[in-house]
Design a protein around this ligand. Sequence first.
Ligand code: DAH
Length: 345
Amino acid sequence: MNDSLNLENIKKELEEKLRKVSSEQDLLNIQIEYFGKKGILRQLFSKVLEVPVEQRKDLGEKINNLKKEAERVTSERRAKITGVEAVENTDLYDSLPGRKPEIGHIHIISQAINEIVDIFKPLGFTRVRYPEVEWEYYAFEALNMPLTHPARDEWETFFINAAPDKKYGRMVVTPHTSSGQVREMLKGNLPIRMLNISRCGRRQIDISHVPSFYQFEGLVVDKEISTTHLKGVLDYFASNFFGEDRKTRLRPYHFRFTEPSFEVDIDCGICHGKGCKLCKEGWLELGGAGMVHPNVLKAGGIDSKEYTGFAFGWGVERTYMMKSGTKIDDIRYLFGNDLRFLEQF
Ligand code: DAH
């Protein structure tokens, strides 16, 4: 084959084509034709191996020169068409690796919720949801906190600007998942093993509070339910969720809707009980628990002489933060939507 003639022709042809192009798209097509993976120039290089050994070096050099020339004239033409000055090292071969699309994953809070559901499921708990915008009645009144009762203050409630209802009162952003207790009882299906997980709202923001957060609420109502059942379920959850090395404790407390009432604490996963900026004293409050108050059963249409129950309500985020290894020392990170943070979980 007459290589030099061929190469010369190829260059001429390319120049001819370049002269005719007027759009970037046409230019791109030419680039693909000449510089692409199966392009004319690549094919030429593969021909080097077809000639006798002593001619290979010479032919290789010629093709290389042609390639440089071709790159030069193409870049010049591109500069003319686009008005952008030709840059040396223009990537005519489009050889830059593509950008990988980012693949998301389930948010850390949803992961925690899924895990909580999975732990309670084998015990017979069913996940339910109740309104996130709720009547004052279910959030307070039905839970043994009448209209003017000062205990309501603890719930730092957001009220909705809407007309109140005669029976149910004002509308609120659900301040706790306990508001689902009486709704569940009123369904009339006994016994009850409820796991209510929902978004709640309160007027508080600091290192361990956000105005919009999640709680999970357990409620069991059956015949002969006692505090031992409550303790057993809490211990079961703690050992499954936090691991054997974490400790919990029950502290006597007071809630209007349980009697007796407790607060459940877990030793801090950051300092392991020594005291740090998050927990201060080595223990972190997970939330409340107790035996359902007879007035609450009554509001739910359940005879408290026949049935008893226990309940507990904890913050999802806080519970997750206390898990070994998560080392999250400010609840606000969870809602910051900073991918550098979220990608770690
Ligand atoms: N609802 C309470 C709160 O938000 C927590 C709570 C306490 C839930 C005692 C319960 C309970 O079910 O029995 O602070």
